[in-house]
Design a protein around this ligand. Sequence first.
Ligand SMILES: NC(=O)c1ccc[n+]([C@@H]2O[C@H](COP(=O)([O-])OP(=O)(O)OC[C@H]3O[C@@H](n4cnc5c(N)ncnc54)[C@H](O)[C@@H]3O)[C@@H](O)[C@H]2O)c1
Length: 438
Amino acid sequence: MRVSVFGLGYVGSVSAASFAADGHQVVGVDVNPDKVAAVKAGRCPIIEPGLDDLLASGVAEGRLRATTDAAEAVADSEVSLLCVGTPSRRNGSLDLNYLERVASQVGAALRNKSSYHVVVVRSTVLPGTTNERIIPLLEHESGKAYGEGFGVSINPEFLREGTALKDFRKPPLTLVGHNHAADAGGTIALYQSIDAPLVTTSIRVAEMLKYTSNAWHALKVCFANEIGNLCKRLGVDSHEVMDIFCRDETLNLSAYYLKPGFAFGGSCLPKDVRALQYRAKEVDVELPVISQILTSNRLQIQHAFDEVMETGRKKIGLLGFSFKAGSDDLRESPCAILAEALLGKGLSLQIYDKNVSLARLVGANKEYIDQQIPHLSSLLCDSIEQLVQHSEVIIVGNQSAEFADALTRTTPDQIVIDLVRLPIAGSQVNAEYRGLCW
Ligand SMILES: NC(=O)c1ccc[n+]([C@@H]2O[C@H](COP(=O)([O-])OP(=O)(O)OC[C@H]3O[C@@H](n4cnc5c(N)ncnc54)[C@H](O)[C@@H]3O)[C@@H](O)[C@H]2O)c1
């Protein structure tokens, strides 16, 4: 491929030198003449282990050059990667000045180009930025329609400074977001010699993915540090704890618990988070991340409550009462808390949960149901059909297999609020189908 790389900072320099090493013809562009002069002379404009040699050989072998002339670089390439900075403003918002300026320059250069050109956003940008800011700018400056004169894809970078070359060679995945399949081709071709799974998706998902990853990484650091601070105060070896913790790849380091849905509950998670928080307070250790977990969980229940209230309907059916499918345990069940709140607003409520109905008759939870929540247990109905028929709003509170089937028998005048994302297509549900956080 013939590639122009705009911005010769960390991402741009690593990308330019690495693509050149893979046999692509690369031109690096920067507004900073010193950086351009450095690359021209085969010197690396940033400090990154191994990059000096890679860049020098790319220049010496004639596959990498640099310029300050954006128009010339666009004319001489099929694909332009935008790798300029997207720093924070003082208030935390994203400063898009550099990116918009570079998009304008590339757009203006496209005005005089007859062949199809793909612009690849590699800078980190929030969802909506590419579709709402960059594409219109490119159209305006080039005088061409998106999809006719030029295409756009997004290819977020996952490298870490200090190990950037290794990360470039072996990233966790190569992510390409696009609105039209044709625009992904050129970007994908750049990565032919990279050993990583290729994931293609929409532009908006790709944009969000980068922020989701970075927020997760930041959360992991702070979580581990908080556990470490508490361990130290309690005389426990935090590294031994985390080493063993990381060996559990079923629940700890896995996709488990990482699907947006409803709040957690049950007899363990709320109690144990609370106890850890209390112990930390006793020994004067602050756990700002861990101590906000229960607040976040409570807000998710509030969010579900608000969604139901916003419908303005009065006859509510709740599918699922215990804290998860396949259990009759009602202790700290978010469904029970939601049910209390809805009852408190005077709504008419019916609840269906096969396991809890059974427990009411015989199980170990009979006493809890009879003594702690008799007012809720009296709302339990034994027929899912009856609940579906009599409710204006149907809330899905857990993943019981029978719920998906029941939703296919709803009618268009009903509203379904699914808190857990049942494995069912919205088109299979006759009622208006709403997800809590998707
Ligand atoms: N640094 C990282 O480790 C890293 C990792 C992944 C993603 N990112 C993201 O990649 C983007 C770039 O980050 P960076 O750290 O490489 O930035 P950087 O600040 O190191 O480099 C940006 C470069 O763009 C140049 N530039 C600005 N306007 C230009 C224009 N109109 N034309 C040509 N060049 C121009 C600047 O002179 C500078 O050399 C950011 O959105 C960042 O969030 C960074």
